[in-house]
Design a protein around this ligand. Structure first.
Ligand code: BTN
Length: 332
């Protein structure tokens, strides 16, 4: 009901809408309307009450409430079911629980804060309250399990395109799926899978977009490595709109990948890469080596021409670009 009242107020713009009109349209009492308005105010909505004229929605809070996401979402199915948590340990863990309980394909779990956000390679992920978009989506792809990691590259393309639509932001993808701005990390992606032999039960793609965290939000050792969207943005942006744009891109790329394979996704990935063409240091589980990143292969694995002339596929491990450089690819 609260969602419907908000919709009516939104539709009415800056014109007052009377309690009586709302009560008639929604078939509830005027007291019930008043109670819902009070509840919305307590959630941070600024609603002005003009005597004898009605209510005007003046300001929407900067929260990732489902009704706010839904109001700007343009997807068909991705993110159409939303589980909003003000605080959670990890949206990936929460999404996995819901997936194990049989949630729908395309479920979105989003939080204002994570107490134990997870990063790649067993690292943590700092996720302060309302300073980022910390979210996970559950997908049930028809691919084989060995293809799941390609979804991570797909997610990186979806995010980089969305953030780069914000004036002033020119981010790029570091293989496989970090999104960097001037060599500093702005977005991390962690994909987890539940599969059986030859069949994926579900994939959880967890994405952390640092929109506003800075300085004291981070421990000293990572402070210089992180950057936020707001640091680069030259115009204000709303977190819900950025999230909706990522989901829209992701849905389009995913549907294309299901129908035609990942070639298009990989071409897009190449355009936004800041790894290809760069000198890199590869820390693989068994050895560390230097070389030049030349391409990704049809599995999305990085191909590195080593300094002694061999071509290596990077299957696992960490790749660092040396020396740290500004973005390449589409911005070269
Ligand atoms: C990395 O770069 O190491 C990956 C970081 C992934 C962070 C996101 S935030 C939302 C989701 N939930 C988590 O616990 N992790 C991912």
């Amino acid at each position: 009901m609260r969602k419907r009242i908000l919709e009516l107020l939104r539709e009415n713009g800056q014109e007052p809408l009377s309690g009586e009109d709302i009560s008639k349209k929604l078939n509830i009492t005027r007291t019930a309307v008043w109670k819902h308005i009070q509840a919305l105010k307590s959630e941070g909505y600024e609603i002005e009450s003009l005597q004898k004229r009605g209510y005007i929605l003046r300001r929407i809070p900067d929260r990732l409430f489902p009704q706010e996401i839904a109001s700007c979402l343009k997807t068909k199915w991705l993110g159409r079911n939303i589980c909003y948590q003000e605080k959670v340990d990890s949206t990936n863990n929460f999404a996995k629980k819901l997936a194990n309980d049989g949630c729908k394909d395309g479920l979105l779990v989003v939080a204002e804060e994570q107490g134990a956000g997870k990063g790649r390679l067993s690292r943590g992920w700092i996720s302060p309250y309302a300073k980022g978009i910390w979210f996970s989506v559950v997908l049930k792809p028809p691919f084989l399990p060995q293809e799941a990691s390609k979804c991570t590259l797909l997610a990186a393309v979806a995010v980089v395109k969305a953030v780069n639509n914000i004036k002033g932001v020119k981010a790029a993808i570091k293989w496989p799926n970090d999104i960097l701005l001037n060599g500093r990390k702005m977005v991390g992606i962690l994909t987890e899978m539940n599969a059986e032999f030859g069949h994926i039960n579900y994939v959880v793609i967890g994405i952390g977009i640092n929109t506003h965290a800075s300085g004291s939000d981070y421990p000293p050792e990572v402070r210089d490595l992180a950057v936020s969207v707001a640091d680069a943005a030259r115009s204000p942006f709303r977190r819900v709109e950025l999230l909706a744009a990522v989901l829209k891109n992701m849905e389009e790329l995913y549907e294309l990948a299901v129908e035609q394979g990942f070639a298009f996704v990989f071409d897009e990935w190449r355009k936004y890469s800041c790894t290809l063409g760069e000198k890199v240091k590869v820390i693989a589980p068994e050895r560390t080596y230097l070389g030049t990143a030349v391409d990704i292969d049809s599995d999305g694995l990085l191909l590195v021409k080593t300094n002694d002339g061999h071509l290596e596929r990077v299957v696992a491990g960490d790749v660092s670009i040396r020396p740290a450089k500004t973005v390449k690819g589409v911005y070269q």
